[in-house]
Design a protein around this ligand. Structure first.
Ligand code: NAP
Length: 346
């Protein structure tokens, strides 16, 4: 059992950071509030008296070292992650503490695996990128569905979002990722990321009832194309997004999520339907819940809790499915997530 309950949250006053801070408090941890803007930090501190807050900037390593001093782990919620992952991972490795982030940027997640695998292993610590709704939940579901399969022919992750009111951070991350791709599309096929200029297909995805079949955008490529193949030998990973949510995200007048309950969740609902195929057989798992930003907090905090209590399976850079017992992890999310099929029979 861990005795140090201090968990640093970089980007603590962002939309997702606030959910993470609330979840840490609920789980008995002592969040250390970190951000680059002193005024925003003090506004958050004023509604959360008693918590320590520390100003730090991604471009100032000394400030990051000060901010992480005495912390047992750090959760990075400050995105676009293209600008924050490397400096915060480096600070975590200097401090010798685990690092978890919620990055949904494919290229940033690739960078984390490529640049820090060795350093994290040498430090004997764990770096878990994309430990959130996109990249984390899909990976856990795929891993649980695959069960004893160590290889598969294809993986499909279909996102059934009822709507998508994006945060400023989501929109900024999308712009940065688009820029890194030179406006091209990306898919994971033939065992690698491929950049292309093809139009994305629209098709119908057979979500189970009660959602039922929905129009989806195919090759709406999300971070699962990095996390899943990082530990499952599979040449094709395809992700899909309900057309209605994709249109919300692309709308020029997109509005931020609005809280509708006392946890601060929006009315958005989600269904994540994963299908894994191997040798003509198919395994499927479907999970549902409310608010993709809110669910990212129990995902990230459960990961930190597992690492700090000796329940991570590996050191180095590892995705959710590689780091943790996926079935057990999904069970632990039960208050926030409903899994449709019996987990052990997936
Ligand atoms: N994988 C997933 O499913 C998932 C889920 C949730 C969120 N996310 C990602 O997490 C990020 C944050 O989302 P959000 O909803 O919390 O957005 P948000 O409410 O706009 O908050 C963004 C936060 O990041 C901070 N930040 C941005 N650039 C920074 C930099 N260079 N240095 C330090 N801090 C910086 C902001 O601080 P300032 O206000 O000072 O700029 C703010 O605290 C986005 O990239 C989003 O895509 C991913």
């Amino acid at each position: 059992m861990t005795t140090n309950l201090n968990v640093a949250v970089f980007g603590a006053y962002g939309h997702t950071g606030r959910f993470v801070v609330a979840e840490l408090l609920e789980r008995g941890y002592a969040p250390v509030l970190i951000g680059r803007d002193p005024a925003k930090l003090s506004a958050l501190s004023s509604v959360l008296p008693g918590l320590e807050s520390r100003q730090a900037s991604a471009d100032d390593p000394t400030s990051l070292d000060r901010a992480l001093a005495g912390a047992a782990a750090v959760i990075n919620c400050a995105g676009p992650f293209a600008a924050t992952t490397a400096p915060v991972v480096e600070a975590a490795l200097r401090a010798g503490i685990p690092y978890v982030d919620v990055a949904a940027e494919i290229e940033a997640n690739v960078d984390t695996f490529e640049h820090f695998a060795e350093g994290a292993r040498e430090a004997g610590t764990v770096v878990v990128p994309a430990m959130a709704f996109f990249g984390g939940l899909g990976d856990l579901l795929v891993t649980a569905a695959a069960g004893d399969w160590t290889a598969a022919d294809e993986v499909h992750v279909a996102y059934g979002l009822s709507s998508w009111h994006p945060t400023a951070g989501t929109l900024a991350a999308g712009t940065v990722s688009d820029g890194r791709r030179g406006g091209r599309g990306v898919r994971f096929a033939q065992g690698r990321l491929q950049y292309h200029d093809d139009a994305r297909p629209t098709l119908e995805w057979p979500f189970p009832e009660p959602l039922g079949p929905q129009q989806v955008i195919g090759e709406f490529t999300m971070a699962d194309v990095v996390t899943v193949p990082s530990h499952l030998a599979v040449p094709e990973v395809t992700t899909y997004m309900t057309a209605v949510a994709a249109a919300d995200l692309a709308a020029p007048d997109a509005t931020a999520p609005a809280a509708v309950d006392d946890r601060g969740r929006s009315a958005q609902t989600f269904v994540v339907d994963v299908v894994v195929r191997a040798g003509g057989a198919e395994r499927r798992l479907t999970a549902s819940g409310q608010d993709i930003y809110a669910i990212s907090a129990p995902l990230a905090v459960e990961a930190v809790d597992r690492v700090l209590t000796g329940r991570a399976r590996a050191t180095g850079v590892v995705s959710a499915g590689a780091a943790f017992d996926a079935v057990d992890f999904l069970r632990a999310l039960a208050p926030h997530l409903t899994v449709r099929q019996p987990l052990d029979a997936a």
